[in-house]
Design a protein around this ligand. Structure first.
Ligand code: FDA
Length: 390
C-alpha cells in the first residue's frame, strides 16, 4: 500500500474495471481493498460441489448489453455461452410465460386473440379508471394493463417485493408495464447476451491478472485496526470508493434506503426441479417472489453436472438495515434528496472518486456499471494519475 498509486475500495465490477484500466493505460500500481472474502462484488459465483451448479451467491446474474464498447471490453476476459434468458411464472396452479405476451394473454383468457384483438381488449380493460390520475401503484397497474392481468401477474408479486400493499405504494414505482402483442418471450431485448463460459469468477480473475494489482480480501476500509483504512489514506493517495455513500460519511446526514433479498436453499434428489432457470410465483400464498435453479443456466455443462441432485434458491425480499446486503435502492423522493446532500460532501473529499451502484446510490446492471467505470476512469481517475513517474 505504501507504494500504491491508486487505492480501490471494493472488488466489484466497478472497482475491477478501474483497476484493469489504471494498469493497462497508466502503468499504475493498484491496491484493491475488499471487505468480503472474494472478488466480484454481487456478481461473484462459485461451483456447488454436490450438483456442479454455478451458484450466483448474491442473486442470479445474466449478462446482456447493446453497448459495443462494453461487449468488446468484456470479451477480452471471457467468452459467453449462447444462453438466452426466459422467465416463467406460476399463478393459480398454472405456468405462464413472462414478460406478459400474447402467449400469456391467450392462455390466461383461454382465447386465440390476434395481436390487434388483444391490444383492443387490454386497452378496454385498462380504461377502467379512465379520467382519474392513479395515485398509487395498484391504480397505476390497472391503468396500464387492466385489472385482470395486473391482479394475476403484478399485484401480489410486487407486494412481496416491497413487503407492502401496492395501494400504499407510490404510482411512480411502475412507469411502464410492457405487454408484448406477439409470442416473443425472450426476456432481454439487447443485442448480446450470455453467461461467462468458465463462470463469473474466472472472468473477474482475468481482469486483474497483473503483478501490479494487489488485492487485500476480508478487509474493511473503515476498520482502523488495519493499515488500509480511510483515516490513514484519504488525501494521501487517489482513492476510488465503491461502498455505500452514506456509510462513508458515518450516516451523518441519515440512511439511504435499500431493499435486500434473503435466499433460502433447497436441495432435491431430482435432475431438474423447475424445468427452467427462473420461476416467478405471482400469488400471495407462496411467500417468496421467485426460485432459481442454477444448473439450468448452464445446460452446456451437462457432463460436469450431477443428474441425481439439484439445488434451488428461493428469494425473499425485504427492506435492508445497516448490516444487511444493500441490493436495490428504494429511491423515494426523500432518498434522492438525501443523496443530493451527500453529493456536496463527496465533492469536498480530497482525491476520492465515488463509483458503482453503492457509491452513487443507483441500480445498474453489470454492463452499465462497466460503462460508467470506463467513463469514470477517463474523466475522473486518470487525471489524478497523471503525475506517475514510471
Ligand atoms: P458491487 O456491490 O458488486 O461491489 C461493491 C464491492 O465493494 C463489494 O464487493 C463490497 O463488499 C465492497 N465494499 C463495500 N464497502 C466496503 C468497505 N467498507 N471496505 C471494503 N470493501 C467494501 N446485473 C446484470 O447485468 N444482470 C443481472 O442479472 C443482475 N442481477 C442482479 C441481481 C441482484 C440480486 C443484484 C443485487 C444485482 C444484480 N445485477 C445484475 C447488478 C450487478 O450486481 C451490479 O451491476 C454490479 O454488481 C455492480 O458492481 P459494483 O462494483 O458497482 O458493486
Amino acid at each position: 500500500s505504501e507504494q500504491a498509486d491508486l487505492i480501490i475500495v471494493g472488488a466489484g465490477l466497478f472497482g475491477l474495471t478501474i483497476a484493469q484500466q489504471a494498469v493497462e493505460r497508466n502503468g499504475a500500481r493498484v491496491e484493491i481493498i475488499e471487505a468480503r472474502g472474494n472478488i466480484g462484488g454481487n456478481a461473484y459465483s462459485y461451483f456447488d460441489e454436490q450438483t456442479g451448479a454455478e451458484i450466483h451467491k448474491y442473486g442470479a446474474h445474466l449478462f446482456h448489453t447493446s453497448n459495443p464498447r462494453v461487449w468488446k471490453y468484456v470479451n477480452r476476459f471471457t467468452s459467453f455461452t449462447h444462453y438466452v434468458h426466459h422467465v416463467y411464472t406460476t399463478h393459480h396452479g398454472e405456468v405462464f410465460p413472462m414478460p406478459i405476451n400474447l402467449g400469456t394473454i391467450n392462455q390466461f383468457f383461454h382465447a386465440n386473440y390476434s395481436p390487434e384483438e388483444a391490444k383492443r381488449l387490454i386497452a378496454e380493460q385498462a380504461g377502467e379508471l379512465a379520467g382519474s390520475t392513479p395515485n398509487n401503484l395498484n391504480d397505476q397497474g390497472i391503468s396500464l394493463i387492466g385489472r385482470p392481468l395486473y391482479e394475476a401477474f403484478i399485484k401480489h408479486y410486487t407486494a412481496k417485493q416491497w413487503q407492502m400493499d401496492p395501494s400504499t405504494l407510490p404510482a411512480s414505482i411502475i412507469r411502464r408495464l410492457p405487454v408484448r402483442f406477439n409470442y416473443n418471450n425472450r426476456y432481454f431485448k439487447d443485442t448480446w447476451e450470455g453467461l461467462p463460459v468458465d463462470g463469473y469468477t474466472a472472468w473477474f480473475e482475468r481482469m486483474i491478472d497483473d503483478p501490479r494489482i494487489h488485492v487485500t480480501l476480508s478487509t474493511d476500509f473503515f476498520d482502523t485496526s488495519q493499515p488500509l483504512n480511510r483515516d490513514a489514506l484519504v488525501g494521501k493517495v487517489p482513492i476510488v470508493y465503491t461502498g455505500p455513500v452514506d456509510k462513508y460519511f458515518n450516516y451523518e446526514l441519515g440512511d439511504l434506503q435499500w431493499k435486500t433479498v434473503d435466499f433460502k436453499e433447497k436441495r432435491y434428489d431430482e435432475d431438474d426441479h423447475l424445468g427452467c432457470p427462473v420461476m416467478n410465483f405471482a400469488d400471495e400464498d407462496v411467500p417468496y417472489t421467485r426460485a432459481i435453479e442454477f444448473k439450468n443456466f448452464n445446460p452446456e455443462r451437462y457432463d460436469q453436472q450431477n443428474h441425481e441432485h439439484t439445488v434451488v434458491w428461493e428469494e425473499y425480499s425485504r427492506s435492508a438495515s445497516r448490516n444487511d446486503e444493500p441490493y436495490y435502492p428504494v429511491s423515494t423522493a426523500a432518498d434522492k434528496q438525501l443523496y443530493a446532500q451527500y453529493k456536496t460532501k463527496i465533492a469536498a473529499e480530497p482525491q476520492v472518486i465515488f463509483g458503482g451502484r453503492l457509491g452513487t446510490y443507483a441500480y445498474y446492471d453489470m454492463h452499465q456499471v462497466i460503462d460508467k467505470a470506463l467513463d469514470s476512469f477517463e474523466n475522473e481517475v486518470q487525471p489524478l494519475l497523471k503525475n506517475l513517474k514510471n
